[in-house]
Design a protein around this ligand. Structure first.
Ligand code: URP
Ligand code: ZN
Ligand code: ZN
Length: 474
């Protein structure tokens, strides 16, 4: 099966070019730059003939992008006595609708269990269910000799990034000593430690004080997790990474204090990287303070910050101190699940839905003049691919790469709403937001999974992606 995407503007991290894209089977066969007359150049001798393509997609007036790569999602995640409501099937379908063609989700080691058994369990959840390709990071919540040894086998199995938590004592929390041991092992393996950097021990004291004083509303989730405690934990993680020589990737960075620590480490040449998420760029503590328990919809960790932090995050994206935008998609329904924390904000399951709207929300940064078009593609696709060992199979429009392609209409208008989104959750954190730009079609390994606004994908099309090393390491 060959497909020719004609008339569009190909946008990559390198720049934009008027080009047709020829797809053969699951791969991109050729990128045919058009000359000033609009005529495409000839394909390489070994590419199939463009004129004879089985299918032609007209992308005139549209962008042709490498599929989005969301390196931080939590489908079916066990958390706070419940589970994130998107399954691998519903969550990857929603991702495809929004122009994301790869996710990296988190396998979650429960205390007392092995990493390899955990990996098997997560394979069983995802296998045969995904609409798009997927990989795994491993959450390490029980550091012991067996776990440390099993990190080798995880890397051999294509899982070479491990998330650890400085937050959530009693659940996922690891002590500094445990982090040090895991970092030493990761450094030996060339693997990356992904860090949830918040000082959970201090936070838990603040939470207990707030509850004892009768401050139980959702806004207290934000007030008891001050940005200084994210900054402090980030600096501590960086220090531990420095002395162990371990590559460090700070996940869901939300606070300017944490960004300063990352920027300083990067300036010294340390292998330190960071991502932020759309919720930290657009939402704020004011949303957590919404009345009638509505703030619970916005409970995630680290929490939404006062608006002042947003400008520094946008600046960090420009300067590359923030290299990636992921979603931390972790959806819990307002009706049944967020209600677990009525009268006790600490029991609200942590997480915000977003896998469907990352490309669109970041496109608003282009519309507003905060990001260039190539940078939009870089932070949502190309850098994630390089950071997590998927490049050049993913993250670029080039001959030989997987035909994960998004056709994006930059002029289309859309209104985000629970009534129209495809995520399996009963609210939208962006209800009523009017956006410019929308996905027209999405291809995953050559298969059209969203076809001019119609879903055409299938559970089981998505395959597991064993990943290589972080390609930014020095
Ligand atoms: O609130 C969040 N972020 N929930 C998901 C778990 C995590 O820490 O990433
Ligand atoms: Zn986290
Ligand atoms: Zn997360």
């Amino acid at each position: 099966m060959t497909t020719l995407i004609t008339g569009g503007t190909v946008v990559t991290a390198e720049g934009t070019v008027a080009a047709d894209v020829l797809v053969a089977g699951e791969k991109i066969a050729a990128v045919l730059a058009r000359d000033l007359t609009g005529e495409p150049g000839g394909p390489p001798a070994d590419a199939p003939a463009a004129e004879a393509a089985d299918r032609v997609i007209d992308a005139t007036g549209k962008y042709v992008l490498p599929g989005g790569i969301d390196v931080h999602t939590h489908m079916e995640m066990p958390f706070g006595g419940t589970f994130a409501v998107d399954t691998f099937e519903t969550g990857t379908r929603a991702a495809a609708w929004g122009g994301t063609t790869t996710i990296i989700d988190f396998a979650v080691q429960a205390k007392g269990t092995s990493l390899l058994a955990t990996l098997d369990k997560w394979h069983a959840k995802a296998d045969g269910n995904c609409a798009i390709d997927y990989g795994f990071h491993m959450i390490v919540s029980d550091v012991n000799d067996t776990t440390l040894k099993e990190m080798d086998a995880c890397v051999a199995a294509g899982v070479n990034s491990f998330k650890m938590f400085m937050a959530y004592p009693g659940v996922f929390y690891a002590t500094d000593g445990e982090i040090l041991l895991a970092m030493q092992q990761a450094a030996r393996l060339g693997a990356t430690i992904c860090m949830h950097a918040e000082n959970g021990i201090a936070i838990d004291e603040l939470v207990a004080q707030a509850l004892a004083a009768g401050r139980t509303d959702p806004v207290n989730h934000g007030l008891t997790r001050p940005p200084e405690l994210e900054g402090e934990a980030t600096s501590r993680a960086i220090a531990l990474a420095k002395i162990t020589g371990c590559p460090l990737y700070i996940v869901h960075l939300s606070a300017s204090q944490a960004l300063e620590a990352v920027a300083e480490a990067r300036d010294t040449g340390q292998n330190v990287f960071a991502e932020t998420c759309p919720q930290y760029l657009y939402l704020s503590l004011d949303d957590l303070a919404r009345p009638d328990f509505e703030g619970a919809k916005y409970v995630c960790s680290p929490p939404l910050r006062p608006k002042e932090h947003q400008d520094s995050l946008w600046r960090g994206l420009r300067t590359n101190d923030l290299s990636v935008v992921s979603t931390d998609h972790c959806p819990f329904c307002f009706k049944d699940q967020k209600q677990l924390g009525r009268g006790d904000f600490a029991k609200i399951p942590n997480g915000i839905p977003g896998v469907e709207h990352r490309m669109d929300l970041l496109h608003q940064g282009v519309v507003a003049g905060r990001l260039t078009l190539p940078r939009w593609v870089e932070v949502t696709s190309t850098t994630p691919a390089r950071m997590f060992g998927l490049y050049p199979r993913k993250g670029v429009i080039a001959a030989g790469s997987d035909a994960d392609i998004v056709i994006y209409d930059p002029q289309a208008k859309q209104t985000l709403s629970v009534a129209t989104h495809h995520m399996n959750v009963d609210y939208s954190a962006y209800e009523g937001w009017e956006l410019t730009g929308k996905v027209t079609s999405t291809l995953s390994r050559g298969r059209v999974v969203v076809d001019d606004g119609q879903y055409a994908g299938a559970a089981g099309h998505g395959t597991f992606l064993p990943r290589g090393l972080n390609q930014y390491l020095l």
